[in-house]
Design a protein around this ligand. Structure first.
Ligand SMILES: Nc1ncnc2c1ncn2[C@@H]1O[C@H](COP(=O)(O)OP(=O)(O)OP(=O)(O)O)[C@@H](O)[C@H]1O
Ligand code: SF4
Ligand SMILES: [Mg+2]
Length: 327
């Protein structure tokens, strides 16, 4: 589609296992992102969310890893792209923020210095010019007194301010795509809401699309235009967030929704509504990967489920509806 900024088609990420085997961490993943859209990827721990993000960034550093399928960014194929070309895209076109800002910020320099450097790596600006831009950016990220904050070291800032500084750094080169991997998990609820609000505003202020990775359906509901539910490295369901919340088609999506805690309750760390754990990638069962935990599993689920289109939702479940479409 012409209006896609990014499109993954049949993306498969395999890592070397024991005795020469290859273990498929992510299988045949397809999704797309329009300009200025926020897409949520949601799934339990180990479902392959971070691996997918790292694959887009060209940052999977496991020897022997094999990435197949297609990832088109502005029409350019990222699968098989050389390290140099990928480096050029990173920071300039695609940037990533992490759960822990200290993975991106070094403790030995002020945050202002670090953002200045990032700006100067991509643009020929004087030190003073870069600093002016840094202060603007920190201000736009809602950092109070940005001039003073720029002179602080990361450990002198609160978790929320560090997260804002990291987002400022990621946005310093105006990326078209920002990947945010669990950016609010370590923050308290109030600061989390502020950071999510900031991400929502990026599309207007910076024209960026956001790929938001989370295990929290509450975060998805508040933030994402469309959602992809990942289970054991496979798409369980994808579609407009409102549709998935109104009528989830996949039993796993239903279970995830049932696990959303009340507004002021404690968020459960695992799915309370369905017993069991997701399989490890090496032990994924044949057929539907959700089969061992699915309350509706039956003999037909031993076959790979079709991807079924229902309205704008795609549901990888044999029970969803009669007409299969291509994954
Ligand atoms: N370097 C690695 N070598 C081998 N296996 C790995 C490596 N990194 C991740 N994996 C495996 O890949 C699978 C997906 O991991 P990934 O980190 O993408 O999960 P995730 O969905 O981001 O989980 P979380 O919510 O815990 O961050 C997991 O089973 C994990 O054990
Ligand atoms: S295909 Fe079968 S096992 Fe998988 S989610 Fe649907 S009913 Fe459950
Ligand atoms: Mg992760």
């Amino acid at each position: 589609m012409q209006d896609e900024l990014f499109a993954a088609r049949d993306l498969t990420i395999a890592l070397p296992g024991s005795q020469g085997s290859m273990i498929r961490i992510v299988e045949n993943l397809s999704f797309s992102l329009a300009p200025r859209e926020i897409l949520g990827i949601v799934g339990e721990s180990g479902s392959g969310k971070s691996m997918t993000a790292l694959a887009i960034m060209g940052l999977i550093d496991v020897p022997g890893a094999r990435i197949t399928g297609s990832m088109l960014f502005k029409g350019q194929e990222l699968v098989g792209l050389g390290a140099r070309a990928l480096r050029r895209l990173r920071g300039r076109e695609i940037a990533m923020i992490f759960q822990d800002p200290m993975t991106a910020l070094t403790p030995v320099h002020t945050i202002g210095w670090q953002i200045d450097e990032q700006i100067r790596a991509h643009e020929s600006l004087s030190r003073a010019g870069a600093r002016a831009r840094t202060i603007d950016l920190l201000g736009e990220m809602g950092v109070p007194d940005p001039r003073r904050a720029a002179d602080r070291y990361p450990h002198q800032l609160s978790g929320g301010l560090r997260q804002r500084a990291m987002i400022a750094m990621a946005l310093s080169c105006n990326p078209s795509l920002l990947i945010a991997d669990e950016p609010t998990t370590a923050l308290d609820v109030t600061v989390q809401a502020q950071i999510l609000d900031l991400l929502r505003r990026l599309r207007h202020n910076f024209g960026s699309s956001v790929l938001l990775i989370t295990h929290d359906m509450g975060v998805v509901a508040e933030t994402c235009d469309r959602t992809l539910v990942l289970y054991a490295g496979n798409v369980a369901e994808r579609g407009p967030t409102g549709d998935i919340f109104a009528h989830p088609g996949h039993p796993y999506a239903r279970a995830l929704l049932a696990s959303i805690p009340p507004l002021h309750g404690v968020r459960p760390s695992r799915l309370l509504s369905i017993p069991g754990q997701p399989p490890s990638p090496a032990e994924r069962p044949a057929g539907c990967p959700f089969r061992p935990r699915c309350p509706q599993a039956h003999a037909q689920c031993e076959q790979t489920p079709p991807m079924v289109r229902r309205g704008e939702q795609d549901i990888a479940c044999v029970l969803a509806a009669p007409e299969p479409v291509q994954a």
